[in-house]
Design a protein around this ligand. Structure first.
Ligand SMILES: Cc1cc2nc3c(=O)[nH]c(=O)nc-3n(C[C@H](O)[C@H](O)[C@H](O)COP(=O)(O)O)c2cc1C
Length: 301
């Protein structure tokens, strides 16, 4: 059975990807997880300068998901290159580095600094973090997304993945804009804007007041958006949002995903990729599917 998948120039041995912000940089989980089951790890989002993140509490658990307002806490790109990258090269998986910034110039400098690093296999552009207090996310605008990607495309031959917010009227328009601008793939979805209130304290549970919602509750909405985009653009779609088991992953493949991403599930089961991959293979065998194309094409709505 062939489970390899191409995302732009990047070839993954299998289509299971650990999503940004839910798996550290990867090396923190060495010894705990089976990296041979993971096609790629997306690093937590890196910015040019170190960021402390938002004021705590930064995580609130609901009945069926998690609201986070981490706010891109990270050590900054220089420290990432010096202290993290050397260890990452030893893990048996691919490394997609997630980049975040407030300005075009910031993304540009990040790509310039990281493009020469062999251990960086691809870039995921976080155009969709809901926790930065911005009036508009980059991926809420076709123009902002397109201009940024056109600029970055000139700077690197590495695979460029655009990570989109689900919080738009028409996500297909955004996906088409990033495709036309030169992105190699889209990753979707990032979290949904959300709020939870402590009725005794009459205050938000989160220091930042609002946060981004993820986990099982968002699956049907995310699946719908992935299906819409996969049916409208030629780019590979990395689909996810609420996947917690192999059945969820299969749904995302049937909806047209080239690969799937596991986020919140990693917070409780960092080795979830192993079980999901094993069960996806079993499902494909039972259904006499030889590759992921067979799986994707078998959805007859
Ligand atoms: C605690 C936490 C931190 C996250 N940090 C990032 C991040 O730094 N960059 C990013 O692009 N997405 C981040 N995300 C979003 C996830 O990568 C993923 O897109 C989202 O949670 C939906 O998938 P899920 O329901 O499987 O978690 C974060 C999610 C969580 C729960």
């Amino acid at each position: 059975m062939d489970l390899a998948v191409n995302i732009g120039k990047l070839t993954l041995k299998n289509p299971i990807i650990c999503a940004s912000g839910t798996f550290g940089f990867g090396d923190e989980l060495k010894g705990l997880v089976d990296f041979s089951s993971i096609g790629a790890v997306v690093s937590k989002t890196i910015t040019l300068e170190p960021r402390e993140g938002n004021i705590p509490p930064r995580i609130y658990e609901t009945n069926c998901g998690v609201i986070n307002s981490i706010g891109l806490a990270n050590p900054g790109v220089d420290s990432f290159i010096k202290e993290k990258l050397p260890a990452l090269g030893k893990l048996k998986t691919k490394h997609i580095v997630s980049l975040g910034g407030s300005f075009k110039k910031e993304y540009k400098q990040l790509v310039e600094k990281l493009d020469k690093e062999d251990k960086v296999d691809a870039f995921e552009l976080n155009l969709s973090c809901p926790n930065l207090g911005k009036k508009k996310l980059i991926s809420q605008s076709q123009k902002l997304s397109s201009d940024l990607i056109k600029n970055l495309r000139k700077l690197t031959k590495k695979t460029l993945i655009a990570k989109l917010t689900p919080e738009v009227t028409d996500i297909v328009k955004i996906a088409k804009a990033v495709s036309d601008a030169g992105a190699d793939a889209v990753s979707m979805v990032n979290t949904y804007f959300s709020l939870a209130i402590d009725i005794e304290k009459k205050k938000s549970y989160l220091g930042n007041i609002t946060g981004g919602y993820s986990g099982p509750a968002i699956k049907p909405m995310s699946l719908y958006r992935v299906w819409q985009v996969a049916n409208s653009v030629k780019l590979p779609v990395i689909g996810g949002g609420g996947i917690i088991n192999y059945k969820d992953a299969i749904e995302f493949f049937l909806a047209g995903s080239a690969a799937v991403s596991l986020g919140t599930i990693n917070l409780t089961d960092p080795n979830s990729a192993k079980d999901i991959l094993k069960e996806v293979k079993k499902y494909m065998k039972k259904n006499k599917m030889k590759n992921l194309g067979d799986l994707r094409r078998s959805f007859n709505a």
